[in-house]
Design a binder for this molecule. Structure first.
Ligand SMILES: Cc1cc2nc3c(=O)[nH]c(=O)nc-3n(C[C@H](O)[C@H](O)[C@H](O)COP(=O)(O)OP(=O)(O)OC[C@H]3O[C@@H](n4cnc5c(N)ncnc54)[C@H](O)[C@@H]3O)c2cc1C
Length: 419
């Protein structure tokens, strides 16, 4: 299949530099067709990855991705971009590891620099119970071939010299789960890269196109109603994260999801001093340093259900107190910005991927605070389900029916603050 998009290359850079010729738009605006083979709702990493893998792996290109806002305007443009695969359940570990594998080659696959920076991920333990969970995770990880081990305070101090590993703090650090393959990525580049590559293969991306209803007839999905008119389609995929249960309700499907806001903040840039991602579940805080030198902070979800994306002073005050317990010398740094996004929390902290009681209406939701890293593997799996008609083994345990059957995939011990 010949892609529409111009390939980025050193030669191309030289040519554009010498001729002053403009770069083409990353993706195009199209008129809305009245019918598509697949409509994907949500232009975040999950929706765009699904569309890209449908086109690139299965040759299904008559696909529309519709979003009520803009590409990456949901959680995909608001997250703190932490990637890792050191989860607690065998299902989770295998799934997130596949996503990391796809992320590692994504720049060359998409011909777009997604700036994946492998830098190691530390989850601190401040009490015996946390340390026990870290050891448990390390064992599950090792069985799956994932590089992950429990280390002590001296090794932590060696990796992060700024960290207060003394026993004079309120919550002394007893150890940590160290996961060298973890890291951070440029989240905007990921969604732009998928959008550009999907568009290049013939997918239509429709921004500012809100889904207002889902047409179901005789137990089968028939299409969607949008603010730009109806679209008929035999397959509709719900990739709307924080809004997932509202969209599912339009098709008459109930999801066990509660939406909570999650906030984050970023400081002014400083010289590089932190080349590891540090997470503390006990202190409800995590921190990493971007390639530009800013510190990016996050925490656990706001403790109430809401669709509000307003940031709050309470969050910042609490965050600052907790960060200073870990690294007291950061007390003079200034926070530049804070923001919030929406997280679709499931009861077992695992996602919901696959079929629903309505034929043709598929879900890729329940991504809570940890779904950005999952985008490639989830997109690949959903595209595989549509392309082959079979649920890929990798995501079989994440089906919606597990909540009726009592087959929960309990991931809270590895997914709450860790993202
Ligand atoms: C502050 C914060 C930090 C996070 N940190 C991490 C992290 O470090 N690592 C990690 O892995 N994950 C993290 N996450 C979680 C991650 O961001 C999400 O799980 C992930 O981005 C979800 O992607 P998505 O494509 O499913 O949904 P989104 O990117 O949220 O996209 C959903 C889209 O659906 C659209 N939509 C909604 N309703 C409609 C409608 N009616 N019609 C049309 N379109 C609609 C929205 O406009 C939106 O663009 C974080 C989240 C937040 C908020």
């Amino acid at each position: 299949m010949k892609p529409f998009a111009e390939r980025f290359s050193a030669l191309g850079l030289l040519r554009h530099g010498l001729t002053g010729e403009d770069w083409p738009k990353a993706w195009r605006d199209h008129g809305l067709r009245r019918a598509y083979d697949v409509v994907v709702i949500g232009a975040g990493v999950h929706g765009l990855a699904t569309a890209y893998y449908l086109a690139s792996r299965h040759g299904i290109t008559n696909v529309a991705v519709v979003d009520k806002g803009y590409v990456g305007g949901g959680g995909s443009g608001r997250n703190t971009a932490i990637l890792r695969s050191n989860y607690l359940t065998p299902e989770g570990v295998a799934f997130y590891d596949r996503s990391l594998q796809l992320y590692r080659n994504l720049s060359s696959e998409l011909n777009f620099n997604v700036m994946f920076s492998r830098r190691g991920h530390l989850t601190l333990a401040h009490n015996d119970a946390s340390l026990r969970t870290m050891r448990w995770r390390a064992e599950v990880n090792k069985v799956a071939g994932i590089d992950s081990e429990v280390i002590g305070p001296d090794e932590i101090k060696r990796l992060v010299p700024m960290m207060d590993t003394s026993d004079r703090t309120r919550y002394p650090i007893l150890g940590a789960l160290y996961h060298p393959p973890g890291g951070i990525i440029r989240h905007d580049a990921v969604v732009w890269g998928y959008a550009r590559a999907a568009d290049g293969l013939g997918v239509h991306i429709h921004q500012n196109t809100e889904v207002t209803g889902i047409d179901v007839d005789g137990g089968r999905v028939r299409g969607v109603q949008t603010t730009r008119g109806p679209i008929s389609a035999p397959v509709v995929v719900n990739c709307t994260a924080g809004w997932a249960s509202l969209i599912a309700a339009m098709a008459g499907v109930g999801l066990p999801i509660i939406t909570h806001p999650l906030q984050a903040a970023v400081t002014e840039p400083v010289k590089m001093f932190l080349d590891t991602v540090v997470v503390s579940g006990t202190l409800h805080v995590y921190v990493s340093q971007t390639d530009r030198g800013e510190l990016v902070f996050g925490a656990s979800v706001d403790p109430f259900a809401s669709y509000s994306m307003r940031a709050s002073l309470e969050f910042l005050e609490e965050l600052a107190g907790h960060v200073l317990q870990l690294m007291p010398s950061l007390s003079t740094m200034r926070v530049l910005r804070q923001w919030a996004g929406l997280c679709d929390m499931t009861p077992d902290y695992s996602p919901i991927i696959g079929v629903t009681p309505v034929d043709g209406f598929l879900v890729d939701v329940g991504w809570g605070t940890y779904g950005f890293k999952a985008g490639p593997a989830a997109g690949e799996a959903v595209a595989g389900l549509i392309g082959t008609g079979r649920v890929p083994e990798l995501v079989a345990g994440f089906d919606l029916a597990r909540f009726d059957d009592g087959r929960l995939v309990g991931e809270k011990g590895a997914a709450a603050v860790g993202h």
